[in-house]
Design a protein around this ligand. Structure first.
Ligand SMILES: Nc1nc2c(ncn2[C@@H]2O[C@H](COP(=O)(O)OP(=O)(O)OP(=O)(O)O)[C@@H](O)[C@H]2O)c(=O)[nH]1
Ligand SMILES: [Mg+2]
Length: 226
């Protein structure tokens, strides 16, 4: 008889959750990126957070901190405007993808960036770091019509990080996902600190008010000694 499996502690609460959406014109390699990435890394062990949106989930350790990352694709051919908005609002970061072999897909990037910005602004959560620009199909050097410097230039004006990648083989894809995790993590940490500071200041103001109210109620001669 085999001994019963010991109850292992549930470590799901130690995982940081990240939702990333991949946007770009048809054919740039969004599905290839999501599929390649999620089949190469560990599939998530825990149940996904409730969502009506289809996504693929994996676990990855970024700087020794375990993360659960959901990736979803929302291209114009696979989703309506309303659905795309839903994907964007559910994500903490967007991967804006073009193909280095398609000028049209590159020129579309500003519009997609604007779409993400609009959704995030409506939610009061706009931060430019929430986007990473990816020039995919970097292996197709002979068919290149978008230069590396063109990609870098646009990324700089839009305030996003930039990579060229090869979704088919996974070249640079881990790096870009990790970098977005770090950016979102830094943002969350700063927000946490800001929240703690605001809480502390509110507590201080409350205490000050109680003290002042008490002083006002005192006899005038007593105030001199309080
Ligand atoms: N050479 C090369 N081909 C790629 C790369 N990534 C994707 N492809 C090819 O590009 C084609 C389109 O890729 P998809 O992943 O289906 O593109 P998509 O952006 O999901 O397209 P839609 O779902 O129609 O919006 C496929 O034939 C892929 O094999 C890459 O890095 N290098
Ligand atoms: Mg696709």
């Amino acid at each position: 008889m085999t001994s019963p499996t010991p109850n292992l502690p549930n470590e799901s609460h130690l995982l940081e959750d990240y939702n990333f959406v991949v946007l770009g014109l048809p054919g740039v390699g969004k599905s290839t990126f999501v599929t390649q990435f999620t089949t190469t890394h560990h599939p998530a062990q825990t149940s996904p957070p409730p969502s009506t949106l289809p996504h693929q989930q994996i676990q990855l350790s970024v700087d020794n901190q375990p993360c659960q990352i959901s990736l979803s694709e929302a291209g114009p051919s696979s989703s309506s405007v309303a659905l795309r908005k839903e994907y964007i609002s559910a994500s903490q970061a967007a991967i804006l993808m073009y193909s280095i072999t398609s000028k049209e897909s590159f020129e579309k990037i500003r519009e997609i960036w604007g779409e993400v910005r609009e959704v995030k602004e409506e939610m009061g959560m706009w931060e430019p770091f929430q986007m990473g620009l990816v020039g995919n199909k970097m292996d197709l050097e002979g068919e290149r019509v978008v230069g590396v410097h063109e990609g870098m230039g646009v990324a700089e004006t839009l305030g996003c990080a930039f990579w060229e990648a090869e979704a088919e083989t996974g070249r640079n894809t881990k790096e870009l996902v990790e970098e977005l995790v770090r950016k979102v993590r830094t943002y969350r940490d700063n927000e946490r600190i800001r929240y703690e500071q605001m809480k502390e200041e509110a507590e201080k103001a409350k205490k000050e008010k109680v003290k002042n109210d008490r002083r006002k109620k005192m006899m005038p001669w007593k105030r001199l000694f309080s």
